[in-house]
Design a protein around this ligand. Structure first.
Ligand SMILES: Cc1c2[nH]c(c1CCC(=O)O)Cc1[nH]c(c(CCC(=O)O)c1C)Cc1[nH]c(c(CCC(=O)O)c1C)Cc1[nH]c(c(C)c1CCC(=O)O)C2
Length: 367
């Protein structure tokens, strides 16, 4: 107190804001600072979605999937649905990684039952047609949803914003759809790396803008989804996954120093170690294939880890799910740890299995 009083009069007010931003009652934020808690915080990737009947009801009212993402009222409602049912420690903004290309003026649509479609961009002329200047205006409904979600959430629940990482978003922008081979994206990256670099650089800058918009609206943590990191050979992983992620983390740390970034380089194998060492992410999300003992020694000694229950174990439920979840909690729970899945919830997941998983974690370690 004595020290506070000795400062110029503007300081106590600033200090108060800084202290109130720490939100010590939010378990997820404490874990991201390195704290080890008796029971870890948990949330589930794709925790809002088609496995929930109440989501399907809202989805039917919304028109298209993008209309749902860009409707602040409905996006708020579906974000809160899993929190009401299961009491997760974090809500993740209901949106999509393809909102960014949409907000850049690329044509994006979701063909029913077929997944995302985009009008593909495969050269400099395509890049020149993107409309970077109007990004935040087009994405404004997303930031409005973040404000409403934060206002509606209980104090103990943290709010996570997100974006795709540049490589993963680029695969959709260049292929024009989901892909297994990445013929056009990899073709461009190998044949004309300097040209492809311009797309990646544009995505680094606009991802920082989009995540900053979410943070300024009330997101307290952000996650970068690099869903297709595992498709890259090591040299390309360094150039198209690690380097852009490092640039995004640096820029976010400049603008919003207290906001943790979780990286999710799905399928990266042992390259995940270089990712943790070189990108500056505050925590790393593990896909289902990462061995728990290895993660504890190679990764968790450096940063908090998140993951990595097989989403299909959650579909199966019963003893298989309990055993897999218990192994994860036992091994990774000794360090700073966020319980999650190794990838998104699948549509066929019975909601009561999620309820059982939530009980197991809430009761941990006494379960
Ligand atoms: C690659 C990717 C996308 N989107 C996303 C990724 C990265 C994570 C991953 O690898 O899964 C990220 C994403 N997509 C969605 C969220 C919402 C937040 C959450 O609850 O986790 C998040 C974090 C909602 C969504 N995004 C999508 C849905 C289903 C749309 C519907 O309701 O019909 C949801 C709930 C659509 C989507 N969006 C995308 C695809 C490939 C699809 C089609 C897949 C499908 O049809 O299930 C792109």
């Amino acid at each position: 107190m004595g020290k506070l009083l000795a400062r110029p009069p503007v300081w106590p007010a600033l200090m108060e804001t800084a202290l109130s931003q720490i939100q010590p009652d939010r378990l997820l934020l404490r874990t991201l600072k390195g704290e080890i808690s008796p029971r870890p915080p948990f949330w589930l990737m794709r925790q809002a979605g088609r496995y929930l009947p109440e989501y399907r009801e809202v989805r039917a009212q919304a028109g298209g999937f993008l209309d749902l993402c860009l409707n602040p009222d409905l996006a708020t409602e579906v974000t809160l649905q899993p929190i009401r049912r299961y009491g997760m420690d974090a809500a993740i903004l209901f949106s999509d990684i393809l909102i960014l290309p949409h907000a850049l003026g690329q044509k994006v649509w979701f063909a029913e039952g077929e997944g995302p479609r985009l009008d593909p961009i495969r050269d400099q002329a395509g890049l020149d047609r993107l409309d970077v200047a109007n990004l935040t205006a087009r994405a404004e409904p997303v930031y409005e949803a973040v404000r409403r979600i934060r206002a509606a959430l209980p104090d103990t629940v943290a709010l996570i914003g997100f974006a795709g990482s540049p490589w993963t978003v680029a695969t959709y922008m260049v292929e024009g759809a989901g892909s297994k081979e990445f013929l056009h994206a990899k073709g461009w990256a190998y044949a004309n790396p300097a040209g492809f670099q311009r797309l990646i650089d544009l995505l680094v800058d606009t991802t920082v803008t989009h995540l900053s918009g979410q943070i300024e609206a009330g997101a307290e943590v952000v996650q970068l989804f690099d869903s297709w990191a595992g498709a890259l050979a090591p040299a390309e992983f360094a150039r198209w996954s690690i380097a852009p992620t490092r640039a995004i983390v640096r820029a976010l740390k400049d603008k919003h120093p207290g906001v943790p970034v979780i990286g999710f380089p799905r399928g990266a194998g042992i390259n995940i170690q270089a990712y943790v060492e070189q990108t500056g992410v505050d925590a790393v999300s593990l896909d289902t294939s990462v061995p728990l003992d290895w993660a504890a020694t190679a990764l968790q000694s450096r940063v908090p880890v998140q993951g990595n229950l097989d989403p299909l174990a959650l579909v199966a439920g019963g003893e298989a799910m309990r055993r897999a979840a218990t192994d994860i909690l036992t091994t990774l729970g000794k360090g700073p740890f966020i319980f999650n899945l190794g990838h998104g919830i699948v549509q066929q997941t019975p909601p009561e299995h999620v309820a059982e998983l939530a009980r197991l974690i809430h009761d941990w370690p006494s379960a």
